[in-house]
Design a protein around this ligand. Sequence first.
Ligand SMILES: [Zn+2]
Length: 83
Amino acid sequence: MAATAEFACQWCKQPFIARLADRKRGWARYCSKSCKASRQERRTGQHTAYQDRRERSGNPYEGGEFADAHLFSNEDHDCNKPL
Ligand SMILES: [Zn+2]
């Protein structure tokens, strides 16, 4: 028989019963599948907004992903050269 305990859902704050073994694995954070889906939807929305901001800025190097230009051009890149 699995050990269980009561936890608060990370989305709706409702108490629910979860297996301790699942919690150890980082599972059982939500009381229901719909709460988990709501959480993931919100996360995806934030990512979309981030991509949108980046595209509108017109500069693909903005946003940190390619901040280290040295990785891509060893010959031509000159840190001291004004743009
Ligand atoms: Zn919930």
